[in-house]
Design a protein around this ligand. Structure first.
Ligand code: ATP
Ligand code: MG
Length: 309
């Protein structure tokens, strides 16, 4: 898996070609869904164990960012990959079109307040990266941001890349590990999934007319994504381009990348100090005494009852 993950990681400081270099249908050395099932299940179980340590240690936080075009499987990836973890230690935030209040702040504000607490996993379903994606593809979103005209110039995208890199450096330097996934679905597979959402009544709610408008901007999005990868995949906060035409492979790759990242943190339950150990033993002795006292009480009670009868 290590080799496979390395091939999905966007190299820092090297230009990639999203259309040429990354195949949405890639499934590694796995033959089928069934072939990968055991590995994925084991990964999900291991993730639960690692999360327990992350939570107990209360030192690091993990921020997982998910970006994708519509119907690439962000929601189902979250649902499956996180199915074993303790919900108390995970928060998912979905970022939609900004509200009036959000637009009155700088663009990182709403993301900042949603960052995971130490010991927790935070999942951003879309994120501040929309600021160099949808906002770039649809300039009217930028107009709504009321930026001073002098700052709304052609350098805005390179400035935003720099701001994002600095922000992530700051997070990592404060113990918030940043992991970024792009679920790379093909245009054909997106069409298949959209048609399913239209044809199957229980999936109708997942489809919106806006999805078709966004699909029409496919090439602009791929260009924006490519430039984003080439400017924001850093050694401290790398991007992974996850093949997303086969959902079972997406889950396997995402859980593996999360595990590899957590592994590097050498998570462990907090060590008990000599004093804490003494306190634990004293508490145990105290409770054992309780049992003896209770047993004595019961004996006395029985004797009393015996006398009466
Ligand atoms: P689903 O898979 O269920 O469709 P979704 O993440 O696409 O989930 P939607 O409610 O359909 O959720 O769409 C949210 C929309 O909000 C997306 O089109 C996204 O591009 C847009 N959005 C997110 N952040 C911003 C932003 N900062 N500025 C403008 N639009 C944004
Ligand atoms: Mg949508």
């Amino acid at each position: 898996m290590k080799k496979l993950l390395e091939s999905l990681k966007v190299p820092s400081g090297k230009k990639i070609d999203l259309r040429q270099d990354y195949d949405p249908g890639y499934i590694g050395h796995f033959m089928s869904k069934e072939d990968a099932e055991d590995t994925t299940a084991a990964g999900i179980q291991l993730l639960a164990q690692q999360q327990d340590k992350l939570y107990a240690q209360n030192t690091y936080a993990l921020l997982i960012i998910l970006q994708a075009l519509d119907a690439a499987g962000k929601d189902s990836t979250i649902k499956h990959v996180m199915s074993g973890v303790n919900p108390q230690g995970v928060q998912v935030t979905s970022f939609k079109v900004p509200s009036a209040e959000e637009l009155d702040h700088d663009y990182l504000w709403r993301n900042y307040v949603a960052l995971p607490l130490r010991g927790n996993i935070g999942i951003f379903n879309r994120s501040y990266y929309e600021e160099v994606l949808v906002v770039r593809v649809h300039p009217e979103y930028l107009e709504r941001q009321q930026l001073p005209p002098v700052l709304n110039d052609q350098n805005i995208w390179s400035r935003r890349f720099l701001e994002i890199n600095n922000f992530e450096r700051y997070l990592v330097d404060n113990g918030i590990i940043v992991l970024k996934f792009f679920l790379n679905v093909s245009k054909d597979e997106q069409k298949r999934r959209f048609l399913k959402r239209i044809e199957e009544p229980e999936k109708n709610w997942k489809f919106s007319a806006a999805d078709i408008h966004e699909r029409a901007c496919w090439d602009d999005y791929i260009d924006a994504y490519e430039e984003m990868f080439n400017n924001t995949s850093t050694p401290y906060a790398p991007w992974y381009i996850i093949p997303a035409d086969h959902k079972w492979f997406t889950r396997l790759a995402v859980v593996s990348a999360i595990l590899e990242t957590l592994d590097r943190l050498h998570l462990a339950y907090p060590e008990v100090t000599i004093q804490q150990n003494e306190e634990l033993l004293a508490a145990k002795v105290e409770m054992e005494k309780e049992n003896v006292d209770n047993a004595g009480g019961i004996k006395k009670e029985k004797k009393k009852i015996g006398k009466k009868s």
